[in-house]
Write a protein that binds this ligand. Structure first.
Ligand code: EPU
Length: 349
């Protein structure tokens, strides 16, 4: 099914809930629909893709071009009764719904990603991650439509083909944004217990200590971890049903050891962060924002979430411009204080 709406209101398609309109909205529900759109040459003009709308900011409230949205929320199983079932999802399925279905079947892999807003397709563009797991750790393969003139076909891309990094992938490169369209997402799940509990707070929530005994490992279920993660998130992050946001607005900046020492000298503080295997340090953007004194900043109806200042929220009838100006003010203040430039995770349209 292809549905085309001219001058569509797409506010409800974004998790921020800011006023947003586009010149043309194209909704499709299967890979075959993409072939039809390709044959009609509809996909050859400029367009942007919207998944769960959890990472886009329509700054001026309007995008004159075409917005492409996948409405395919299907779930199919491959090797369902084996030790390693594959869950094949339509790109439009909510990631949290995929996490719920997998956990309820007792399957391991997606439980730590519970509660992340957005679609599975968008999560694969972004390499969404939380509590020690990223999409790349669970992704088996993608079915991707190649929109290059002269191609127009579905290809399979293995996880390794996607060049995943921290909130980064091949799909974020400008030349691929309208070239590659993720249609299906295959998650590699497992019946074998594999609790990932290293992230601070998760073990406390479960009432266990590391290392787990073999009996404890056997007793914990993916649903237990999903419940623990949802409980932690509900304390720290806004409830997506009542408060609009895009999750983390900024990425945690990665700096070299010498840059870290410069930041300490300049600010007289030791920023919170952790060392990566390559020796660089991933700083906590929430800490930098907090210590730079930005927590109470507001612009119009946009403000920061008190318990997680990495999240900009639509506190009352904010506009895209409110969020944009608040973001710029935070970037400038953090840079003046620490000499580190935050970069938004959110894409400005
Ligand atoms: N902090 C402050 N002041 C505050 C609140 C927090 O200094 O007012 C400090 C805390 O002390 C802590 C840090 O900020 O050191 C918060 O760290 P936490 O591990 O809770 O989260 P994060 O690093 O800020 C990342 C992801 C989240 C993900 C969590 C949990 C990014 C940009 N964000 O946030 O992802 O849920 O870890 O794994 O990597 C998202 O991408 O949308 C997202 C929510």
């Amino acid at each position: 099914m292809v549905r085309i709406t001219e001058n569509a209101n797409i506010t409800h398609m974004t998790t921020f809930g800011l006023p947003a309109e586009c010149g043309r909205l194209i909704e499709y529900s299967s890979p075959a629909d993409l072939e039809t759109l390709y044959d009609d040459r509809t996909l050859f003009s400029e367009f942007i893709q919207i998944g769960g709308g959890s990472n886009l900011l329509f700054v001026n409230g309007r995008y004159d071009g075409t917005v492409l949205h996948c409405a395919d929320k299907s779930v199919e199983w491959l090797n369902e009764y084996s030790e390693n079932p594959v869950m094949l999802c339509g790109a439009g399925l909510e990631l949290d719904e995929a996490c719920r279905i997998a956990a309820e079947k007792g399957l391991w892999g997606l439980e730590n990603l519970s509660g992340i807003p957005g679609s599975v397709g968008g999560a694969c563009v972004q390499n969404a991650g939380a509590y020690g797991v990223e999409i790349k750790d669970v992704l088996d393969y993608l079915e991707v439509f190649d929109n290059t003139p002269g191609e127009g076909a579905i290809h399979t891309m293995d996880c390794g083909d996607c060049h995943y990094g921290y909130r980064d992938s091949i799909f974020k490169q400008p030349e691929n944004r309208t070239r590659l369209i993720i249609a299906k997402v295959a998650f590699a799940l497992s019946t074998r217990p594999n609790p990932i509990l290293a992230y601070k707070g998760v073990t406390d929530e479960l009432g266990v200590e590391l290392p787990l005994t073999p009996q404890e490992t056997e007793a914990i279920t993916p649903s237990d971890i999903r419940c623990a993660i949802l409980a932690i998130r509900s304390r720290k992050l806004p409830n997506p049903d009542s408060t609009g946001s895009a999750g983390s607005f900024f990425k945690n900046p990665v700096v070299t050891e010498s840059c870290y020492r410069n930041i300490c000298t300049r600010s007289g503080m030791e920023p919170s962060g952790h060392r990566l295997p390559d020796g660089n340090i991933k700083l906590s953007a929430a800490w930098l924002i907090d210590k730079a004194g930005c927590k109470d900043f507001t612009r119009g109806g946009a403000s920061l979430w008190p318990s997680q200042p990495l999240v900009i929220v639509n506190s009352h009838n904010a506009t895209g411009e409110d969020v944009y100006h608040l973001c710029q003010h935070i970037i400038a203040t953090v840079e003046n204080t620490f000499g580190v430039r935050l970069s938004p995770e959110v894409v400005f349209i």
